[in-house]
Design a protein around this ligand. Structure first.
Ligand code: C5P
Length: 303
């Protein structure tokens, strides 16, 4: 029996660590990052229909080809010669752009959801290369939990889940386009010898990462704070409100902070009410098993 309609969550990510190692021959940058899924999520609802029709709760989000959901649908249709179409409604909650992977997560969930809607006999491992075509952050969303990302960010290796229940994400009302953030770094071209040894150190650091003890580093912070000082102000404010750690996620503009208790997190949240232009989200980490379970991906086959 065909399902009439079903919904899936598309969780946000934060980068617990983000090192940019240098520029590659293909114009992308070699990175080493620790991705982490958090409980803030969009929701995608899928149903059958003619052509591909995307609607969104937020009128500011484009619903044309520039949206990764539409690109994911077209990619699957071309690749598998699909006749039927789909209607997809996106309930948008993740600030986008915001360094939280919202568009990438939507794209990954669109691939998984449409494979289910169209009864394509795909495994998770079939979706990862399709995710790579859509964008550098997309493959991570077929793993979830805590994971190391290397290369363009598309080579993903699961790590033990980091568990943290008292996180606050703050997104000020400024946009930082990712290509611009990479340009600002002016990273030198990589030589193979350098990139291999730096990568080894980064991998080692990623495996030993402890959210409460390790120094968390995001190589974008310095350059991005210079062009958007408001993001630096968010980070400062979070530290002053008692955060144990505070770090920009991705290329910004969101900053996440780790608090020691629910009460401290609540106090900080209340204190920030005098910043109406900052969006605030109380979240916790989402472990890999829960993540894959919520997407029906745990058995490997998608339906
Ligand atoms: O892969 P994605 O489409 O998300 O990348 C957006 C842009 O960010 C790229 O066109 C590139 O300018 C930059 N980028 C990069 N190195 C990466 C990832 C992204 O230079 N590892």
């Amino acid at each position: 029996m065909a399902e009439e309609s079903f919904s899936l969550p598309a969780f946000a990510k934060i980068n617990l660590n983000l090192r940019v190692l240098g520029k590659r021959g293909d114009g992308f940058h070699e990175i080493c990052t620790v991705f982490q899924t958090v409980s803030l999520c969009d929701r995608l609802t899928f149903s059958g229909g003619d052509g591909i029709r995307l609607t969104c709760s937020d009128a500011n989000v484009p619903t044309d080809e520039s949206n990764l959901i539409v690109r994911a649908a077209n990619l699957l249709r071309e690749k598998f010669n699909i006749g039927p179409g789909a209607r997809i409604h996106l309930e948008k909650r993740i600030p986008s752009p915001g360094g939280l992977g919202g568009g990438s997560s939507d794209g990954a969930v669109a691939l998984a959801g449409l494979a289910r809607l169209w009864h394509l006999p795909l495994r998770l491992s079939d979706l990862i290369p399709l995710g790579r075509i859509l964008g550098s952050d997309v493959p991570f969303f077929f793993f979830g939990g805590t994971a190391l990302g290397t290369g363009r960010g598309t080579e993903v290796f699961p790590l033990d889940d980091v568990v943290e229940n008292h996180l606050l994400i703050v997104t000020p009302g400024v946009d930082v386009p990712t290509p611009q953030a990479f340009r600002l770094l002016g990273a030198p071209h990589l030589t193979n010898k350098d990139s291999k040894s730096i990568l080894q150190i980064c991998r080692f650091e990623a495996r030993a990462l402890n959210l409460r003890q390790s120094d968390l580093v995001n190589d974008f912070e310095k350059a991005v704070f210079q062009i958007e000082p408001e993001i630096g102000r968010v980070r400062e404010r979070l530290f002053r409100l008692g955060a144990r750690r505070a770090l920009m996620s991705g290329s910004g503009a969101s900053v996440f902070a780790v608090f020691d208790s629910k009460e401290k997190l609540q106090d900080a949240f209340d204190d920030l009410q005098n910043e109406p232009d900052w969006r605030k989200f109380r979240v916790k980490t989402v472990p890999r098993r829960d993540y894959l379970g919520s997407l029906n991906l745990i058995e490997g086959l998608l339906h």
